[in-house]
Design a protein around this ligand. Sequence first.
Ligand code: 5GP
Length: 213
Amino acid sequence: MNTERKGILIVVSGFSGAGKGTIMKQLLLEHEEQYALSVSATTRSPRPGEVHGREYFFVSEEEFQAMIRDGQLIEYAKYVNHYYGTPRKYVEEKLALGKDVILEIEIQGALQIKKNNPDTLLLFVTPPSAQELKNRLKGRGTEDEATIASRLSRAVQEAQGIEAYDYLVVNDDLNQCTKKVHDMIECEHDRIARNQEKINSMRQELTGFVKGE
Ligand code: 5GP
């Protein structure tokens, strides 16, 4: 990887059950040196197997409110009765090191990030079909019926917001999908607007050649 290039902020959203977490894990496994995955704070309880500081920072509602008050979060949102937010420090530190920082967050947070950082890349992950989404939500087996129902109705709302995103990522095959996401990010690095310094210095050098320098 070119160490000079600047890190990109990447937001990955998608329907609950779309498999975005699995894609991100795979992406990090394959390109450990390039990516940094932000760990969010949440007021929801840990699911079996989840570890404080790895999947989330599990905090009380009071602690979460204090983080908001102290400006420690770059965005936050309420999702199915719980708060979720992205700690500012980690994101800023990793971007400064040239890492591409991934935020796996829902749509309200994504829109806040886009508003404050317009050059963020927004990806929306979806299963191949609505039926497949329903099957996956049921199949996970960690949620009760009421939670599944509320996630399905949330999915209907989230589907309204997809137009705010840059790319749709259809998750039908994990390996292909991971590669595609990586390619999208690589292309994003090559945008003219992200390479203005390089272009300016090439122009200058070329002008120098013409002048016989
Ligand atoms: P879960 O409870 O299934 O882990 O996450 C529920 C939803 O919250 C998912 O859509 C997830 O992407 C989103 N989420 C996780 N962390 C954050 C965050 O820091 N901010 C926002 N806005 N959403 C988050």
